[in-house]
Design a protein around this ligand. Sequence first.
Ligand SMILES: Nc1ncnc2c1ncn2[C@@H]1O[C@H](COP(=O)(O)OP(=O)(O)OP(=O)(O)O)[C@@H](O)[C@H]1O
Ligand SMILES: [Mg+2]
Length: 324
Amino acid sequence: MIRLEDVKMYFQSRKGLFKTVEIKAIDGVSVEIDKGKTLALVGESGSGKTTLGRLTLRLLKPTAGHVFFEDLNITDLEEVHLKSFRRRAQAIFQDPYSSIDPFMNVHQIVEEPLIIHRIGKKKERNEMVHKALEDVRLTPTQEFSNKYPHMLSGGQRQRVGIARALILKPEYIVTDEPVSMIDASSRAEILHLMKNLQDKYRITVLYITHDIATAKYFADRIAVMYNGRIVEIGPPEKVVKEPIHPYTIKLLAAVPEPDPSNRFKERGVVEGEPPNPADIQWGCRFESRCQLQKEDNCKSKQPTLVQIKPEHYVACFLKDKDKS
Ligand SMILES: Nc1ncnc2c1ncn2[C@@H]1O[C@H](COP(=O)(O)OP(=O)(O)OP(=O)(O)O)[C@@H](O)[C@H]1O
Ligand SMILES: [Mg+2]
């Protein structure tokens, strides 16, 4: 459904008055998501997850590489030719408050994408809104239709966001930390709901999260990102139960205790600072934090994903050697 081929996204960032530095937010990512499947993207803050999600939605144009939606190469398509893609691919964002217009009521918020894409007459649209609200269990739908965002709980607002994304019957959805702003008690419920709707409508999903635990529940495959590259990818039972890359192992060791007060752990942060993406020239990006016995390659070359076991790929010279 979605395929990225050696995609790079470099940002120019001002440093002082005259200098600009290049931030390699995504630096050579090739990955695909099969129809109806979920790929979870995990990794600490700044690793490039949101940037990658935005690239698959063509909200960003890559610096290099190609992005395909089915057979359509969307990399350089002009906006006029992206119309049907814009309907078929949708996003659900982290903060339901920021993505919802506070002066629109629930009915207007959910109906708006239909109006933008000129779908249906008023009566048909009303019926579709009603059905979308039922899908996300905002019932009685008539009652919720007239409410404004500030009258809703965080979980209810996120349901509105989901209804709004689903009303166009998209085939592909990017969900970027969909439950991280919601209180812990409603998270599981929202995740269940999303999973059910995904199965019901056979939607392909890119699920972006800090939290490997929910990724395990949600995804068919987990991709671990570090500093703009995928360092390990495979089915959850491989990546979570038998992690191979030293970064994945550290990330799993930092997995949250169910203690919401511990924000640091919750964001899956491992000790040490990741290098500034602007400073990396060559060598493995994890090298400065890696505690394994290093070799020359680690400092001079960037490891690429190598198949270690069936369906399980890892980008690490040392682990690559273990295999043989
Ligand atoms: N528009 C931009 N201009 C300049 N730099 C950017 C821009 N967008 C992202 N970056 C940089 O690219 C890198 C990756 O950012 P990104 O938001 O994709 O990370 P993330 O994994 O989603 O982090 P988080 O978990 O905090 O959401 C960061 O170093 C960020 O500062
Ligand atoms: Mg992000």
